[in-house]
Design a binder for this molecule. Sequence first.
Ligand code: SAH
Length: 262
Amino acid sequence: MSQSITTPPTVWFVGAGPGAPDLITVRGSQLLASAGAILYTGSLVADTVLQWAAPECEIADSKSMDLAAVTDWLLTRAQCHTTVVRLQTGDPTLYGVTAELTRPLDAAGIAVKLIPGVSSAMAAAAVAGECLTLPEITQSVILTRFSERTPMPETESLRSLAAHGCTLCIFLSIDRIEQVVEELTAAGWAATAPVVVVYKATWPEERIVRAPLAEIAAACRAAGIERQAMILVSPTLGVRQQSQLSTSKLYDSTFPRRFRNK
Ligand code: SAH
């Protein structure tokens, strides 16, 4: 149903979160409720998140659309609705085509805004009960992928990034898990290094596979995990089960903090 156009239309690129409908942000769900039209990525976004949309909202799945069709859909809906939502999986700034989609909207003078979402990297760590950083173990997280059809920039090969030894959240690569293991091994990761793979984090079908690096590929194959999975590699994995755990200065009573007297 058309909304009366009293304010200029805006196309909102909203992060849907990793899957569970209550993991969209409050702001994101409010935008869904006020949207006149929503275009969502049906191949990745759980349609349960559409429960926040108004009953009269026009909803379409972009699964079978190409980039031009998506842009065209958003442009035409922005002509009759003040609030149009492009709903993207996880966080819209990561591994989406947000920049390609926003350019034609910018060129047409349509306002574009982005709303962050819970990325699958964070969701995978949370459902596995893992932390991605740990004092004195690693304080850096690399979000990356294995090069496949989308080539990696020369300085960002998985092998060179993995050589840092910090946490890696590897997107879009589960179907190349064997090559991922090869690259990590070549970068110096031990065969016993812990790896966690999370399939469809926060979906009802969620599965968590834990194995040492040398066994993770076989474990994923045995579990039938071939897509929509996050590969977490980190020296922090499994530390909750270890007795020797270094503690953070943040809660150290001898460490002076601005908001704590002692
Ligand atoms: N923007 C998204 C990533 C899109 S790329 C985000 O921030 O999460 C798609 C890849 O993300 C998938 O191949 C998979 O590696 C990962 N992914 C997306 N949803 C996931 C989920 N619920 N569980 C595990 N991995 C997921």
